[in-house]
Ligand binder design. Structure first.
Ligand code: ATP
Ligand code: MG
Length: 559
């Protein structure tokens, strides 16, 4: 189950290994370049595990991975996002080791490169409108029509560019275009825009600039400046690669990074677009970026997913060139697998009904010894008190049970986990027909002993002692969407929100659960894995648990 159990080999690692073996590079430098315009999600985790993972695996050669905030767009970024991204990368277990960069620190360099292109006759100031440019771009069968400004003299371009930078023009009045190939079958090469006017302040550079570089221009320059050897990005950028290479070829850069594309992670039953996640947060469909139902890193952390499980999942999904959708059940499997090993066991009753054991000697409290983990004796044993009244789960009792039902029913036996066998002797109901109380008797001598001859008892159920129980708010999270592909839903992703994605109940819990530290995980026996909520849980005064994942995949049956 450890991270090391899956071989670290894929086409990108193979390329890097070959580059190191051939001496093309002495080491490898990768980067993770988020735009700070939202919180990270598990798709980003895949990229983080790839880039930082490669650096870790090649640490012997001096490899490293930069965390670079791709903050060249002045309009969208926020400091809150920068901080959350750092927290998330660290939580996933990675470290940029001092190599934290901001693409906005390189504004002067992009500008100098633009001047260099102009001087080489490889860029020009365009003054057609955006619509005219679009109309003149041509299509797959027709080459583009040259702009009337395409052959301006270098001096005129330099002058106009300086005036653009000085703020003499309004937004949209002119742009700088690279002069490449209007007949290229790759539309990205048909004189792409590389600078535009945006009269917005930037969070880093304030009002210093009113022209900003386009992503396709800035990104290769950032990589080259940082001496990135392998620039790993998702497949959408495959047909931008010739442009990436063109900028590297034609700008005065200090190194020659290589772009390699891999398939992005898509997960079933969720969405991963930052824009849509923002909409869910802003419109209040969820409680915030860290809502445990979101696929954000902060959401799954609060949900109780272990970082190691997320890393293992990313490793298992692997790195390929084929886009597809990964079943979210795979991620949940890894989460269960990790928590099964690490989470101590406790008993909690989510839908309690009281059992009165009528032959229990009044005032007697029996200490019930229970292992904290069935396979791991190192986790120790606890003693939990039991008196004559216990809470059990409402659905562990049936008034008229079918043959295959082995739990409690009139006249039937069941074992209280770790304790005695009890027999149901009666029950009470309210006016609505709801069972309000179960009467029982215990069978003396059955604790820590096999079922006596002649007694039919095939199941043990969890329970919580009434006299000493703690109460806790328990949040039962389910998938946020009811369909596998919310993005493809006819009425849009909001139309397929799962109305039952959050149910809150008041549970009866073993007394020590009310005192645990926020962020600690437990298996509630027979129910699932739960974590003390990092935000709302207050030990002693307000215990709050989130269901991380149920013990079994309840959705698998529905399908
Ligand atoms: P947007 O372009 O809408 O801002 P983005 O998801 O591309 O969203 P970035 O902040 O640019 O966001 O992403 C940072 C890095 O994470 C990029 O290198 C990107 O390729 C990678 N990445 C983003 N989404 C995924 C995904 N679903 N799977 C794998 N890698 C991803
Ligand atoms: Mg992006």
């Amino acid at each position: 189950m450890s991270d090391e159990s899956i071989p670290k080999s894929d086409f990108i690692r193979d390329i890097i290994a070959a580059d190191l073996a051939s001496g093309k590079h002495a080491t490898t430098i990768t980067r993770f370049p988020p735009e700070p315009n939202g919180y990270l999600h598990v798709g980003h985790a895949k990229s983080i595990c790839l880039n930082f993972g490669i650096a870790q695996e090649n640490a012997g050669t001096g490899a490293r991975c930069h965390l670079r905030f791709d903050d060249t767009n002045p309009e969208k970024e926020e400091v809150e996002y920068v901080e959350s991204i750092k927290t998330d990368v660290r939580w996933l277990g990675f470290d940029w080791g001092g190599h934290l960069y901001y693409a906005s620190d390189y504004f002067q360099f992009y500008y100098d490169c633009a001047i260099h292109l102009i001087e080489k006759g490889l860029a020009y100031i365009e003054q057609q409108s955006a619509e005219e440019m679009r109309a003149n771009r041509g299509n797959l069968t027709t080459p583009g029509t040259p702009s009337p400004y395409r052959d301006r003299p270098v001096a005129e371009n330099l002058d106009l560019f300086a005036r653009m930078r000085a703020g003499e023009f309004n937004e949209g009045e002119c742009v700088l275009r690279a002069k490449i190939d209007l007949a290229s079958s790759n539309m990205n090469m048909r004189d792409p825009v590389i600078y535009r006017i945006l009269k917005s302040d930037h969070h880093n550079t304030g009002g210093a600039w009113c022209i900003y570089p386009m992503y396709d221009f800035a990104h290769p320059l950032e990589d080259a400046l940082e001496h990135i050897t392998h620039s790993l990005c998702t497949l959408e950028f495959e047909n931008h690669r010739p442009l990436y290479d063109w900028f590297i070829e034609n700008c005065p850069v200090p190194s020659r990074p290589r772009q390699i594309e891999f398939a992005r992670l898509n997960l079933s039953y969720t969405i991963m677009s930052k824009r849509k996640l923002l909409q869910l947060v802003q419109e209040g469909h969820v409680g915030g970026w860290d809502d445990p139902r979101l696929p954000t890193i902060s959401g799954i952390r609060r949900r109780g997913y272990p970082a190691a499980a997320v890393r293992h999942f990313c490793r298992r999904v692997g790195i390929t060139k084929f886009n597809g959708t990964t079943d979210v059940a795979l991620l949940e499997f890894d989460v269960r697998d990790h928590l099964n090993e690490s989470a101590p066991r406790r008993m909690a009753v989510l839908d309690p009904v009281k059992v009165v054991i009528e032959n229990w000697p009044a005032g007697t409290v029996e200490p019930i010894e229970l292992a904290n983990h069935p396979q791991n004796p190192d986790m120790g044993v606890r003693s939990t008190p039991q008196g004559g009244e216990v809470w059990i789960e409402r659905d562990d009792f049936m008034e008229d049970p079918p043959k295959k039902y082995f739990r409690l029913g009139p006249g039937r036996h069941v074992r209280l986990r770790g304790g005695h066998i009890i027999r149901c002797t009666g029950y009470e109901k309210d006016a609505d027909g709801r069972v309000t109380l179960i009467r029982a008797e215990f069978l003396p001598g059955t604790m820590n002993a096999p079922t006596p001859e002649g007694v039919e008892c095939k199941a043990a159920i969890h329970w919580v002692d009434v006299a000493t129980a703690g109460t806790a708010e328990v949040r039962l999270y389910d998938r946020l969407f009811t369909v596998e592909d919310p993005d493809g839903a006819e009425g849009g992703f909001l139309s397929v929100l799962n109305p039952e994605s959050l149910k809150t109940v008041t549970a009866m819990v073993e007394p020590d659960l009310t005192m645990v530290a926020a962020g600690t995980s437990y298996q509630f026996e027979r129910l699932g894995y739960f974590v003390a909520d990092a935000v709302d849980h207050q030990p002693g005064t307000r215990p709050v648990f989130n269901r991380t994942v149920a013990l079994r995949d309840s959705w698998a049956k529905k399908g």
